[in-house]
Design a protein around this ligand. Structure first.
Ligand SMILES: C[S@@+](CC[C@H](N)C(=O)[O-])C[C@H]1O[C@@H](n2cnc3c(N)ncnc32)[C@H](O)[C@@H]1O
Length: 213
């Protein structure tokens, strides 16, 4: 999607993807990372997700990347982390840094240990997802892991975002350079009226653990 689309969505408050609770699958599957204190986790296309609060309590360095500066400011203000520091395009509070900018320009010479992808790859159109997966793998250390949460639904009924990202596509995008384990699959009737009204009958959430070779 165009950058302006997302920036405008934040300006207009069209942020139905934002959750007011920690994601249950993050809490459930985080232990599989076997993370050690002071390792680093990257949260691409992070919005102002509260999951970064939860991750920051696990003694990790949390690095989010988000296009919208409004989202980044709201993250710190709404969570009473108002003594943050701003340097260039990075907002930092203790072990959390949120970088305002395009994820595809994010670089880290040391590499990250983990990536948490919830509503990130599914926010991108198909044409961009190959570059996104390639960039994620490039940013991970060897042996680094991705906890990935996707949605699948009948894309002919509705155009995204969120886009349907199938298991076959996940295998195609990550399978050459990583091992992929499907941890969970949950199908339900869609709760969101946007999907119901479009005639989407099933909405499937899948959770994967991906480990870079
Ligand atoms: C569907 S939202 C999900 C946000 C967050 N992951 C969550 O779970 O609440 C996608 C986010 O990606 C951001 N975004 C889209 N394209 C981006 C890009 N190229 N670089 C950085 N952020 C981007 C949008 O501004 C939006 O906040």
């Amino acid at each position: 999607m165009e950058h302006e689309f997302w920036k405008q969505a934040w300006e207009d408050g069209r942020t139905g993807f934002h959750r007011s609770e920690y994601h249950p699958e993050l809490i459930k599957y985080f232990p599989l990372f076997e993370a050690k204190s002071e390792e680093s986790i990257l949260v691409p296309l992070c919005g102002k997700t509260l999951d970064m609060i939860w991750l920051s309590h696990q003694n990790l360095y949390v690095h989010g990347v988000e296009l919208s500066e409004k989202a980044v400011r709201e993250y710190f203000l709404e969570n009473n982390l108002d003594d943050y520091k701003v340097e260039e395009n990075c907002y930092t509070h203790q072990n959390t840094t949120l970088e305002v900018g395009d994820f595809f320009k994010h670089n880290n010479v040391n590499g990250h240990d983990y990536i948490y992808d919830r509503a990130a790859i599914v926010a991108l159109p198909k044409a961009t997802r190959k570059e996104y997966a390639h960039h994620c793998l490039k940013l991970l250390k060897p042996g680094g892991r991705i906890l990935l949460i996707t949605f699948e639904y009948d894309q002919t009924k509705l155009s995204g975002p969120p886009f349907s990202v199938t298991e076959a596509e996940v295998n195609e995008l990550y399978g050459k350079e990583a091992s992929i384990e499907l941890l969970e699959k949950k199908s339900d009737k869609p709760k969101n009226p946007k999907f119901k009204d479009a005639g989407v009958e099933f909405f499937t959430q899948k959770v994967y653990m991906i480990e870079k070779n």
